[in-house]
Design a protein around this ligand. Sequence first.
Ligand SMILES: [Zn+2]
Length: 74
Amino acid sequence: MLCPYCQQPLLKGHIQTRGEAIKWLREEKEKPIIESRWKIGEGEIALGHYRFIGGDDVEAYCCPACHKIIIDYK
Ligand SMILES: [Zn+2]
C-alpha cells in the first residue's frame, strides 16, 4: 500500500494499549477525568478491537517519509 500523501510505501503495523480503548474524538471534546477505560461515547469512533484482558489493538500503516499513521476504523 502506498501513502496517499507522498506515494511512498507504507509500513504495516499496529497501535496497541495495555488497558485502554483506542478511540477518535472531536477536537473540542476533552477526555473526562473519570471514565471507564473502554467506553466509546456519543460521537466517538472506536479504532481497535478492545479486550478487557490485553487492551486494544488496531492495525495501522506508518509512512516514514511524511510521518503519518493511517488507520481504517471499519
Ligand atoms: Zn507519506
